[in-house]
Design a binder for this molecule. Structure first.
Ligand SMILES: [Cu+2]
Length: 307
């Protein structure tokens, strides 16, 4: 795989890498010229006797040279950067396809049309320009999927925008790239790029409540979920709808990872999470509710039905 930043998968990331390459070559050349001159001067003008060498001041040609060359270099870097920025940040002339909101320490992912809410997993159709609006519910975070584009800050109360376009289907790593507190390192996400038909299918499935062909353990789990204050923080479409504080759980079982990618989404890990969120992610904002074994089993069984 190699480093994500050296392995671009979108036109925007290609543009960034190109800028990086050019700057690197310019700087490598400068390094060569500067260190080369120093070495040459040290040898050529080394001390041979005790006489003071001739002193020169006010050489106009030299002054012009070492003022002009740096100005030219900085201007070149400036132009290269502006060209890259133009190519990456195209104008915003419509509403975003997706709104991503940073929370300590997870990402809320909303599709305004048709009203889907999920977490830590951004699905996009391959080969299409996708406009993502990025903001925050608390402190400053930074949304970064290195293979797909630039970083973009997530501010509370102000929305930034970023274009991405995945060239190939695949799963791309994402990170919070602005230190935001204790669990910053476990504030990851993934971008799942799939062909448009699969994407539409996913979106349609997410838009329908996953309800409720279940019985037994899972049914008990649903009742306990409502009784155990989970509903104060988590939404499940069809069960409760209020202002949510934690990740939407309508289709939690369809997600690949849990808790900002702290855990793979397996029944065992889900149960562990409900048992000790504070141990898995110290200081995180899901409290340890000291659930009994019976509750852990039934609530896990219930959540596992939410595909
Ligand atoms: Cu963060």
């Amino acid at each position: 795989m190699g480093l994500d930043v050296l392995n671009p998968a979108s036109p925007q990331a290609v543009e960034l890498l190109r800028l990086w390459d050019r700057c690197l070559w310019i700087c490598a050349f400068l390094l060569f010229v500067v260190t080369g001159s120093i070495v040459w001067i040290v040898i050529r003008f080394r001390r041979r006797d005790d006489r003071e060498p001739p002193q020169t001041t006010g050489n106009l040609r030299l002054e012009a040279l070492w003022t002009g060359v740096p100005i030219l270099l900085v201007a070149t870097l400036f132009v290269l950067s502006v060209v890259a920025a133009e190519a990456i940040d195209r104008p915003i002339r419509r509403d975003p396809d997706i709104v991503v909101t940073g929370h300590q320490w997870w990402w809320e992912v909303r599709y305004p049309n048709p009203g889907v809410i999920t977490a830590n997993e951004v699905h996009v159709p391959v080969g299409r320009d996708v406009l993502i609006g990025v903001d925050s519910a608390d402190v400053i975070h930074d949304f970064w999927a290195p293979r797909l584009g630039r970083k973009i800050d997530a501010f509370p109360g102000y929305r930034n925008y970023i274009w991405i376009r995945a060239r190939q289907a695949g799963v791309y790593n994402g990170f919070c790239a602005e230190f935001c507190g204790a669990q910053h390192a476990w504030m990851r996400f993934r971008v799942v790029a799939e062909d448009p038909a699969a994407y539409e299918q996913w979106l349609a499935a997410q838009a329908t409540p996953a309800l409720p062909a279940y019985s037994g353990e899972a049914l008990t789990g649903e009742t306990r979920f409502k009784e155990l204050t989970c509903v104060n923080c988590h939404n499940i479409a069809g069960i409760n709808r209020q202002k949510q504080f934690g990740p939407d759980l309508t289709h939690v079982a369809s997600r690949q990872m849990l808790a900002g990618e702290r855990l793979k989404n397996t029944p065992k890990n889900l149960r562990d999470w409900l048992h000790q969120p504070n141990i898995l992610k110290p200081e995180c904002f899901m409290p340890n509710l000291n659930l009994s074994d019976a509750d852990l089993t039934s609530v896990t069984a219930f959540l596992e039905t939410l595909k």
